[in-house]
Design a protein around this ligand. Structure first.
Ligand code: CO
Length: 134
């Protein structure tokens, strides 16, 4: 069902410092910050030859990554994202297997303008999984 690793998302305590670290220390191709109000985050995209890293920072106090940053003040890996061809058939198959889909179960528009869903971390060994239809 799952295809390529689309991205790894890392919550950071300072987006500017993190972007600079990826660009100058690690020598990666880094975007300007992009606000994603529907997800409550500001993102910097790091483009790698075979995948992406998304550096996330809370856009406001209600951001879903705010509590993550409170628990992990130095930052940390927040989720990993796998590509799927058909997000509805992936969801239905996962629900049939007993996996939990977060929220109302309906795909939302993700960071790349494509439909995404999140799966409960307790069903996948402590890792929040995002599925993105490509
Ligand atoms: Co993501």
């Amino acid at each position: 069902m799952i295809g390529k690793l689309n991205h790894v998302a890392i919550v950071v305590p300072d987006l500017e410092v993190a972007a600079k670290s990826y660009s100058t220390v690690l020598g990666a191709d880094v975007s300007d910050p992009v606000d994603l109000p529907t997800h409550g985050v500001t993102t910097v995209f790091v483009t790698l030859p075979n995948s992406k890293i998304e550096l996330l920072y809370p856009l406001d106090l209600n951001s879903p990554v705010k509590s993550f940053l409170d628990r992990n003040p130095n930052g940390g890996i927040h989720h990993i994202c796998f590509e799927v061809e058909d997000i509805y058939s992936a969801r239905d198959q996962l629900l049939k297997e007993g996996s939990r889909v977060l929220g109302d179960g309906e795909p939302k528009e993700g960071a790349h303008g494509k439909p995404v869903l999140f799966l409960h971390p307790k069903d996948f060994f402590g890792t929040l999984i995002e599925l993105e239809q490509v």
